[in-house]
Design a protein around this ligand. Structure first.
Ligand code: SF4
Length: 423
């Protein structure tokens, strides 16, 4: 199978910050454990009495030291397994991060997690230059049980409406172009896309069982073009002209923000995540939306208040807008927003869930600005935090969160939240 890079210009190279080695619970297969156990680490003084792996819920993970770092992270922030035995000696999960291989019919799309600081800052070589490594990982996936993923049918648009992979790619390409359109403020780009989705949800792509009425590739391109023009006419020019989201919408939104902001593992784990009582108290505070924001992530300071989350950021810098556009174009073009990489969401719901990450990141950025960070640094940090959870935090795949997303979409609150927190 081929691995395809993305049209959006996105760069990355590892700059050995060690963030991922301090952040994640890395699973290790039986083969990987055997390999690492045969590398002779137990003879070194700093490994005396230190297990290499821990077992949780029947799975094995790389162990971490008291400072939060992986047991194999050296004082120079470099992986000692990599340093001594080369990249191939590490667990695959370490090697592949921050790449994602997204099944797309007859090929894989190369996606990227902007939770990695180098990816968020666009530092390094273009993704095109990384295809060699990505193909090696894809070959591995194809030789394992994950092979089924590449043979899977396209995710439905909505309900039972299914179109070929090529049409899903056509939709992604049209929306990626809209996200890149710098004639619109970033928040309006998403409002226009949501307008089109609302219209397309009403279409019967399979012709209601009549093949002659089915939407062909040509008709789909025409529909996207015409609806793009209608969205431009219909959507208010500025966020200030959009109705404020209602109390219920903002309450549900804050509960989703609580999930998008949290850090459950590693050195930046929030203290509000320690134990069921604290987690419950934190959920109640997010619902109430008053006082200090619970420390669901270590970067949230005492200055982080719910009131700060309601203070507009004002105009974003070109740097911030370009990061936001690049982030969402990577997600859209790679198709990471729907199907298996995003808890089985349909195409339209996956796009709505991605749209919601924009107000979530803006809310977080407002709170971080109140804590003294610069605007650009706050936006970058917020994007990294939200992207860390998007498609990965199992809570976002729960029935409860899917219901919350559906409720916001059905009430018409998504464009309002985007405009309100995009100010
Ligand atoms: S977070 Fe990114 S840049 Fe930092 S060590 Fe991991 S892959 Fe490298």
């Amino acid at each position: 199978m081929q691995v395809r890079s993305l049209p959006v210009l996105q760069n990355w190279d590892c700059h050995s910050c060690g963030d991922c080695c301090r952040s994640y619970a890395v699973p290790a297969t039986a083969d990987e454990r055997r390999r690492i156990e045969g590398q002779g680490w137990e003879s070194l003084p700093d490994f005396q009495g230190v297990p290499f792996f821990v077992k949780r819920g029947g799975e094995f993970y790389l162990n971490h030291r008291a400072d939060g770092g992986c047991v194999f992270l050296g004082t120079d922030n470099l992986c000692r397994i990599h340093g001594k035995f080369g990249s191939a000696a590490k667990p695959l999960a370490c090697r592949i991060y921050p790449f994602l291989l997204v099944p797309a019919g007859d090929h894989w799309n190369l996606g990227l997690r902007l939770a990695c600081p180098s990816a968020a800052e666009n530092k390094g070589r273009g993704l095109n230059a990384q295809l060699g490594d990505a193909r090696e990982y894809a070959t591995f996936f194809e030789s394992t049980a994950a092979k089924g993923a590449i043979e899977s049918p396209p995710p439905p648009l909505h309900g039972s409406q299914v179109v070929p992979w090529g049409d899903v790619a056509r939709i992604a390409s049209a929306f990626s172009k809209m996200l890149a359109n710098d004639e619109d403020p970033f928040e309006r780009r998403w409002r226009k896309i949501l307008f089109i989705i609302t219209m397309l949800k009403k279409a019967k792509f399979d012709g209601g069982g009549d093949a002659k009425k089915a939407v062909t590739a040509g008709k789909l391109s025409e529909m996207l073009h015409v609806l793009g023009l209608a969205a431009d006419d219909d959507e208010p020019e500025t966020a200030a002209e959009v109705k404020r989201p209602g109390w219920a919408g903002r309450t549900v939104f804050r509960q989703l923000v609580a999930v998008f902001s949290r850090k459950d593992h590693g050195a930046e784990k929030g203290t509000a995540q320690r134990g069921p009582v604290r987690r419950f108290a934190s959920a109640v505070k997010f619902a109430a939306g008053r006082g200090r924001v619970p420390k669901v992530h270590a970067v949230l300071t005492d200055a982080a208040t719910f009131a700060a989350g309601e203070v507009p950021l004002g105009a974003l810098s070109d740097t911030a807008v370009s990061l936001l556009a690049r982030w969402h174009r990577v997600k859209v073009e790679s198709l990471q927003f729907c199907g298996s990489p995003n808890f089985g969401l349909s195409v339209w719901e996956g796009l709505e869930s991605l749209a919601l990450t924009f107000p979530a990141a803006m809310w977080l950025a407002r709170v971080l600005v109140a804590g003294g960070k610069s605007l650009d640094a706050s936006v970058t940090q917020a994007v990294r935090m939200v992207d860390d959870n998007f498609g990965f935090n199992p809570l976002l795949g729960s029935m409860r969160q899917k219901f919350a997303l559906r409720m916001l979409a059905n009430r018409g609150d998504l464009p309002r939240l985007i405009a309100w927190y995009g100010r």
